[in-house]
Design a binder for this molecule. Structure first.
Ligand SMILES: [Zn+2]
Length: 479
């Protein structure tokens, strides 16, 4: 068993013996005082203010300011070697005492290597001895003792990893938020789910039409469009693709999210278009009336008498077309145009909704053959021509050149069946103007203003475009 008192005794022995066969003859530490005297002995302790030296007559404390210089001797190393040879190296307590002795400020500067030697021995007995680890310059990192440098590196790595994880978490959070915002635009449900859901609804509707009405119809839906009737699935798919493209393109032009659906009034935010045979009109109209919308008796009577056409009343996004006259695609674009502009603008007026429908047909189909107006009487010439030279566009250009387009003010109150070919050309021209730069940027606002103003164009024109109807006429001439 080793102890501090023993160490002190060895030290005393060291000092008092004039010579030693064991340790050799150690040189003393010498304190040179400013006043000239010098004191020999062993420095025991020292700090900034004072130095304590053990002399043959005992401990003496000197203030630093009195000391000129100190000559130190490597005596402590010799004492250490003596103690090291005697200590039980399996005795942790004795080793710790020896370590403390080494760490005494009076000796520590000379015994750095020795202290480490003792510390290394201690940690072999007790791996988590903090004092010994401290002497070895080690710190604990996750149950491991490592050097301070390694510790710093590990910590830095940890920090970098944490930052990376935080960045990743933030990116994920942002992605989730964006996904949520994106979904909010399309009804909060992913597109694939909506399509899946629509397919289920389609099958149910096919079944219902068969069992209740005896109609063997194909029903196919995309997200925003539903077509049904005497169609084969391939034809249906073509319509759906076209319809989705039109919705996306118009949305983009108006600054709406491409994936959003304007059709808010029909089931599942979809537009429904029936392609039927003439003898099925009454059956189908009664089915639509009640399933998708409510028709007035007059409207029902009129539609049945007319024998077909599109029924877009600005509320129910549903209509029908007598299949087989070869104009299905034109009708599809036309009808989508009506539903789109009325979904956004409400009751925008006969002339304007027809103008938008014609615009859609000409833009997405290439020609506008279908008209909602009674074509035989007022607008027969408009339906001639082909995709390359849409008759309506030709008529518009001629009237434009001759300055014979009707003033827009004259269209405001005109009933659908009173629109003649000049009127229709003008309707198309006005919509074309609004859908071109720079007017396009404010077109959505215009539709909203129209809804707000109950379809009063003069007011909406003033509010949104700061134009009078007459100024609009001038702009259409320059189109
Ligand atoms: Zn129409």
């Amino acid at each position: 068993m080793f102890s501090i008192p023993l160490a002190a005794r060895i030290l005393a022995l060291f000092l008092l013996l004039s010579s030693s066969s064991l340790f050799g003859m150690p040189e003393p530490d010498v304190i040179h005082l400013k006043e000239g005297a010098k004191v020999e002995g062993r420095i025991l302790r020292e700090n900034e203010k004072e130095v304590v030296i053990l002399t043959s007559t005992g401990e003496i404390t000197f203030a630093r300011e009195r000391i000129r210089k100190i000559d130190r001797c490597p005596w402590a190393v010799d004492v250490f070697e003596k103690m090291w040879s005697q200590v039980d190296r399996k005795d942790e307590k004795a080793l710790l005492e020896l370590l403390d002795w080494c760490l005494d400020p009076a000796r520590a500067p000379q015994l750095r290597a020795q202290a480490r030697k003792v510390a290394r021995r201690i940690v072999r007995l007790d791996r988590d001895n903090e004092k010994a680890r401290k002497v070895l310059g080690q710190v604990k990192y996750k149950n491991r003792w490592v050097s301070k440098r390694v510790y710093r590196e590990l910590k830095e790595k940890e920090k970098a990893l944490a930052a990376e994880e935080a960045a990743q978490a933030e990116a994920e959070r942002k992605a989730r938020q964006e996904e949520k915002a994106r979904l909010a635009l399309i009804g909060g449900v992913p597109i694939s789910k909506q399509v899946e859901e629509n397919a289920k609804v389609d099958r149910a509707e096919e079944e219902l039409l068969r069992s209740k009405l005896g109609l063997d119809y194909t029903v196919r839906s995309s997200r925003r469009i539903s077509v049904k009737g005497v169609l084969d699935p391939e034809q249906a798919a073509i319509f759906l693709k076209l319809g989705e493209r039109i919705c996306g393109t118009l949305n983009k032009d108006l600054g709406l999210p491409v994936a959003s659906s304007p059709f808010r009034n029909a089931k599942y935010h979809r537009l429904h278009l029936f392609f039927i045979r003439k003898d099925q009109i009454e059956k189908v109209l009664h089915y639509i009336d009640g399933t998708y919308t409510r028709y007035t008796p007059d409207f029902m009577k009129f539609s049945i008498r007319r024998g077909g056409g599109v029924a877009s009343d600005g509320d129910g996004c549903v209509g029908f077309q007598i299949q087989g006259d070869g104009n299905d695609e034109d009708v599809f674009c036309h009808y989508l145009g009506h539903a789109y502009v009325e979904s956004l603008g409400g009751n925008v007026g006969h002339w304007f909704t027809e103008g938008f429908a014609l615009y859609c047909s000409i833009r997405f189909h290439g020609n506008a053959v279908h008209l909602c107006t009674t074509r035989s009487r007022y607008a027969q010439n408009v339906t001639e021509g082909d995709k390359k030279s849409a008759a309506l566009v030709v008529a518009f250009r001629e009237l434009q050149k001759m300055k014979r387009l009707p003033p827009v003010r004259a269209l405001f109150r005109k009933h659908m069946n009173r629109l003649d070919e000049k009127d229709l050309a003008k309707c198309w021209g006005v919509v074309k103007l609004f859908m071109s730069a720079p007017y396009r940027a404010k077109f959505l606002k215009y539709l909203q203003a129209l809804r707000y103003a109950g379809g009063k164009h003069e007011k909406a024109l003033q509010t949104v475009y700061n134009l009078t109807p007459e100024q609009l006429d001038d702009l259409v001439y320059k189109l």
